[in-house]
Design a protein around this ligand. Sequence first.
Ligand code: ATP
Ligand code: MG
Length: 573
Amino acid sequence: MLLKIFFVRHWPRYGLGILLLIVTDLLSLLIPGAVGKAVDRIGQGDGQVQELLLLIGAVAIAMAILRFLYREFIIGTTRRLEYYLRDQIFKHALYLPMNTYDDSGPGKIMALIVNDVTSVRVAIGLGIMMLVDAVIMGLASFLVMFHNIDPSLTFWSVAPLPFVLVGTAWLGRIVHVRFRRVQEKFSELTEFAQELFGGIKVVKAFGAETRFIDRFSQVNRNNMTANLSLAEIQAIYIPITHVAPLLCYAIALLVGGRLIMEGKISVGDLTAFTGYLGLIIWPVMGLGYLVNIVQRGMASGVRINEFLAMRKHESFTDENASEQAAIDGEIEFRGLSFQYPLASTPSLKEVTLRIPAGETVGIVGRTGSGKTTLLRLLLCLYPAPDGTVYIDGKDINQYEIAGLRKAIGYVPQDSALFSLTIGENIAFGETYDRDRIAEAARRAVVETDIDSRTEGYDTLLGEKGVRLSGGQRQRVAVARALIRNSSVLLLDDVFASLDYKTQNQLVENLHEYEAGRTTVIVSQRVAAVKHARFIVVMDNGRICAQGTHEQLIQAKGLYYKLYEQQLAAGEAT
Ligand SMILES: Nc1ncnc2c1ncn2[C@@H]1O[C@H](COP(=O)(O)OP(=O)(O)OP(=O)(O)O)[C@@H](O)[C@H]1O
Ligand SMILES: [Mg+2]
């Protein structure tokens, strides 16, 4: 368990923090006693209070220093814990198989990293400080009052506290429920705005502004309603928590006044008593809140542990050390059927296909026919059933995944680029020299686009950088795959947003590059696949035809239809 691992290393700081907190709490007990004594001396006409004042001053200074130190140690440790937990969760999340993302989505991981880590930190920081205060200061004050001043006075004065505690705990729970609702509504509001501004081009293009303004108003109003209902309950809760303690003081004055008149205690005793009462009341009143903090922290801790216990992909050994798998690149599918975890129907049905090492194969087919899925299974982004996918005659599930992936160059259909420079996006974590990057860019027909920018390969992309066109992004992604010099190359629809001149140039370059490499080209463009050794036509998760360009033309099926359309448009040559 993570917390244990963390505290094994960090307990000296944290433990010292708690120790200093206890000392501070005990020191604070000296003050009411000293004040009481001073009052008595003044009452007796004795002006000798200097040493008491000195004591109070010294204790105050010592407490200030101790407070600084224990906060530094305790809060400091919890901030380190927060850092550590976030790092662990992030690292774990990156190595989880894709299907866990389909189940829970990035939202759940974000919630873990943001909310759950925070509530664990609060429980271990603020929670522990409140607990120590309540136990040490509350209990010790009680004992001092009971023992040194007067038992019956103590009893009557603290008698209302249990009732106040139950009442405020009950109200506090309602506050908490409403507070959660406010948080929910607020995150709905920010998510709505984020999504809207992310897609602002579409909204404007469709003239849908007013519709979104209305919907935003609704979300905004929900947020306000939730806030109003919270404010309402807080309007009751806050005065009660502030007024209720006064009841204890009233009783103390009433009962204490009588005891003074009876000569059982002195005025100084009563003064000290009210001081101790002050030390008890707040920690005790805070007990309800403390329980809440601890419960939340524990629930979050359980969620974090459950997440971290989620199985990594089986064949990951050591994530960083994986060497590129030495493969020739023969790919074989044997009766492969596959269904996504959340889907109701299979996306691939009985796919059987052999691609000899070093050959180029084209895959065409209607949208949704399973082309992308086939490539994802080759990358082990989703686990294929045992005995259905083989590379070099070995079941894909027997490979060490990271090493296998390194041996495969992949250009996804929606090429994700990151907020890095163009050069870094191409090298993608590996160290290649500039010439090699430029060579990959040249092959991917994106070199001139990059050279035309003043900063060339150092041009920053992403949020704070420049935007590339759809076709430019595609080709940067192609360069990223080509530079790896892998034995297998998977291209998913990389020609879709290219003009025909660029497409033909890229096809030509790839053709040159493909020599000796197993290459799978998914495309709807006949020109992109016709030079392939053979072409597979997919329909509804199945392979419905396969053969060379000429054979498929003669078969007059789906491929022929595509060819005719593109021929008519003058594009197929
Ligand atoms: N993560 C997923 N979860 C559930 N179903 C999915 C998932 N990804 C794809 N599918 C479904 O699997 C089927 C095949 O999808 P796939 O992306 O492989 O098609 P494709 O042939 O690549 O289509 P396109 O030409 O449009 O890219 C589709 O019906 C799709 O809805
Ligand atoms: Mg696809």
